[in-house]
Ligand binder design. Structure first.
Ligand SMILES: [Zn+2]
Ligand SMILES: [Zn+2]
Length: 224
């Protein structure tokens, strides 16, 4: 399955002020598209079916597929995936074999063809963000207005920062500046959330700190 990396999507999500992480929003959109593909055209493609049989779906993506348009598409793919899993249910001949098989069953229940596909696309987005920084002056300005990223996506941008070429140093400076500003602002709100519980502050307004914990959750762990 090919996926077009949309610079328009990057510009659209980075232009939204107020979210905790534009890359989490992009990931949600990409994930939704990939799930739809696995309920449509992918069911008929031989090499895609082979990958589904080999890796299956994680429970989150199974649930997303189940909520989607075609129960039949999910059932067909799951039926043949179950043939692969059934192979692992043979009676082990010894403790040694049982232990190995136990590890194998656990490993195969944590693989997911949709997680892998989304991750492939996201790796290209991390690179494209850096390339846009190099080539588009407007994007350099836009990035500077951001509130930073969740920690996981910030780490990915750092890892791919060399794609900003001759502007890598400047790119890193901007990334670090917005990430620190966003992090500090959120930590201050969390401090006020804590301090507000002091009886001396009981009449003061909690203000934007009232949802500080859910926003800290998104900053530290990304969007659910
Ligand atoms: Zn994120
Ligand atoms: Zn998954």
């Amino acid at each position: 399955m090919r996926y077009h990396i949309s610079t328009a999507l990057i510009l659209q999500e980075f232009a939204k002020i107020g979210g905790e992480c534009p890359l989490c929003e992009i990931r949600s959109i990409v994930e939704k598209n990939v799930v739809e593909q696995y309920l449509g055209e992918a069911v008929m493609v031989v090499d895609v079916r082979y990958k589904v049989n080999e890796k299956g779906f994680c429970k989150e993506h199974f649930d997303m597929l189940f909520e989607g348009q075609s129960k039949l598409a999910l059932a067909l793919q799951t039926y043949t995936r179950m043939n692969v899993l059934k192979e692992k249910l043979k009676e082990p001949s010894s403790f040694r074999a049982a232990s190995k098989l136990g590890a194998d069953i656990l490993a195969s229940s944590s693989t997911c063809v949709i997680c892998d596909t989304v991750e492939d696309h996201m790796q290209r987005y991390y690179k494209t963000v850096a390339e846009l920084y190099l080539s588009e002056e407007d994007f350099r300005d836009l990035l500077g207005y951001g509130k930073g990223f969740c920690l996981g996506h910030y780490a990915e941008l750092l890892k791919n920062s060399s794609y900003a070429g001759s502007k890598t140093k400047e790119y890193l400076k901007t990334l670090a500046a917005i990430e620190n500003d966003g992090f500090d602002a959120l930590q201050s709100e969390l401090k006020w959330f804590c301090d507000r519980h002091d009886f001396r502050n009981r009449d003061k307004d909690l203000g934007s700190a009232k949802d500080a914990l859910p926003r800290v959750r998104r900053k530290l762990y990304g969007k659910k």
